[in-house]
Design a protein around this ligand. Structure first.
Ligand code: ADP
Ligand code: MG
Length: 526
């Protein structure tokens, strides 16, 4: 072992250190620095928060392997729950790589593969089981998986598992595990639901976080475009076309969106592929390899499918649709601008998403700049320039010899201008025509003016203008003089407030009353 390795500080066994050296790890990642000492030397539960690709698997995998190296009892020692098949396999591979020549059995179980094969493998003896919640629970019910003696339960990518609706399965699985186990929860984000889950199932967990959840990477240049839903596709093609070397991840909300968008892109001649939870493992691997090797330069994916995928040097991350919450925004955007390279994060906002987006911006506290889409002429000019450059490069590299005789033949019957123009037309067909860039209607969400709000309280509730104003100020810090034009009627009232304050007020009073409506809503246009 390299005697300078920072991995020496943790007191790992010789054999384990050897595997780390073989993998080429030199310095522990921040989450590893935080988690390894706690997991190796203490007994507490932990919640670990760090972005994708920061080595969380080793942070929990190494201590599990070290424990097993000291002695095993023939029963399952650790259960690791992950949201998808792909992650189950990735985590398994990573942990196997730390075991070296030691006799430690790591078994992967997930849906979509024959259960009997997994049952057989479990029967032969497992020390560590990595699996998706549904299949794990199924195997517990069939009595193939006995977790009554485990020392470790790990929830990996816990936020995604909750997003995917695995909460009940997870709770049931945990009810089959002993109190004495250590529970570890890893997640890229820690929304309230995770905190709730941890209170219920964890024993006073230590929270280890790397970086501030609410601060998006500063490396990514963050931009948004206001586009109508129907124009999103054309907006995307403009963005891709104007970039010299677009290499990006495009996020969609659903599987259907992923399929639709990737086939539309393919039809238009882009090299892209899609990833989502319904795609077979073999196909996913193929797609990822193609993307990694840049045979395709556009990967369309859902959040879940993009989880755990370790691809660096993306030029772009595109939020084709707005993510679920600010933390997912940060997580998506964090995929670009890695390794010191600047990336661009682009978000499409439709008019009805504007409010949500204002809320995101406030939460994220980072500057997301509005930009105008490049227009058709600009893109065509840029494309023409690129063609000229490429042509010049071929001229200079003198790699045209095979075509010289043919060229001379063509020039015998045509003038050079006409021959060349025809050749360009043949090569680029409609790629340089303005009509391949349909017009994109712009719209502007009013963010300077004021908003009229409707309040479902009126004179019958004892309201007057002064009371309406203080009612709003029970929940929102806003000075009295910003609340204008107060109209109190028998059953309801109206106020006018600056646009930005309206968003805050609407959020603060968004809780629905008995009639299923929020107390304060945007007033219908007068
Ligand atoms: P996460 O679970 O946080 O998304 P992974 O555990 O999947 O991240 O690790 C991502 C990649 O980084 C893997 O290929 C892993 O082998 C590698 N890796 C992990 N720790 C280190 C390290 N200390 N040095 C170099 N590479 C590492
Ligand atoms: Mg992981």
């Amino acid at each position: 072992m390299n005697t300078n390795s920072e991995f020496l500080q943790f007191g790992l066994s010789e054999e384990t250190l050897k595997t780390i050296l073989e993998k080429g790890f030199e310095v522990p990642s921040p989450i590893q620095k935080l988690a390894l000492p706690v997991l190796l030397n203490e007994t507490c539960d932990i919640i670990g928060q760090a972005q994708t690709g920061t080595g969380k698997t080793a942070a929990f995998g190494l201590p599990i392997i070290e424990g097993l190296a000291k002695g095993k009892d023939g029963k399952i020692n650790a259960i690791i729950l992950v949201p998808t098949r792909e992650l189950a396999l990735q985590v398994t591979d990573e942990i196997i790589s730390f075991k070296g020549n030691r006799n430690i059995n790591i078994i992967t179980v997930y849906g979509g593969q024959s259960i009997s094969e997994q049952q057989r493998r479990l029967r032969r003896g497992a020390d560590v089981v990595v699996g998706t919640p549904g299949r794990v629970l199924d195997l517990i019910k069939r009595k193939d998986l006995l977790l009554d003696n485990i020392a470790w339960a790990v929830l990996d990518e816990a936020d995604e598992m909750l997003n995917m609706g695995f909460i009940e399965d997870i709770e049931l699985i945990l009810s089959h595990t002993p109190k004495s186990k250590r529970m570890l929860l890893f997640s890229a984000t820690i929304p309230d639901r995770i905190v709730k889950l941890s209170k219920k199932f964890m024993n006073d967990p230590r929270i280890l976080t790397v970086g501030n959840q609410h601060s998006a990477t500063n490396l990514a240049d963050q931009i948004y475009f206001e586009v109508k839903r129907a124009d999103k596709f054309d907006a995307l093609t403009r963005i891709i076309d104007i970039e010299p070397e677009f290499y990006g991840l495009v996020f969609c909300r659903t599987r259907v969106d992923v399929d639709t968008l990737s086939s539309r892109l393919l039809e238009r001649g882009y090299s892209c592929d899609g990833l989502h939870g319904d795609i077979s493992q073999a196909q996913r691997e193929k797609t990822l390899t193609k993307f990694r090797n840049k045979f395709i330069n556009i990967l369309v994916a859902t959040d879940v499918a993009a989880r755990g995928i370790d691809i660096s040097d993306l030029t772009h991350v595109i939020n084709y649709s707005l993510p679920q919450d600010p933390d997912s925004y940060i997580h998506r955007v964090g995929r670009t601008g890695r390794a010191g390279k600047e990336g661009t994060a682009i978000t499409f906002i439709t008019p009805d998403e504007y409010r949500k987006f204002v809320f995101f911006q406030k939460t994220i506290k980072s500057n997301i700049r509005k930009e105008i889409l490049p227009d058709a002429q600009d893109i065509i000019e840029i494309k023409k320039m690129r063609i000229k450059d490429e042509l010049q490069a071929i001229v200079e590299s003198e790699t045209y010899a095979d075509y010289l005789a043919m060229a001379e033949g063509i020039l015998e019957v045509n003038s050079p201008e006409i021959a060349l123009a025809s050749l360009l037309r043949m090569a680029f067909k409609n790629q340089l025509e303005e009509k391949s860039y349909p017009e994109i209607r712009t719209f502007n969400v009013d963010n300077t003016g004021t908003t009229r709000l409707f309040i479902a309280l009126g004179k019958k509730d004892g309201m007057n203008p002064r009371k309406i104003s203080s009612f709003i100020r029970t929940k929102v810090k806003i000075s009295d003089n910003k609340i204008d034009d107060i109209g109190v009627y028998e059953e309801f009232s109206f106020v006018t407030v600056p646009f930005a304050d309206a968003e805050t007020i609407l959020d603060a009073f968004s809780k629905k009353g008995r009639d299923g409506k929020a107390l304060i809503t945007k007033a219908k246009k007068r």
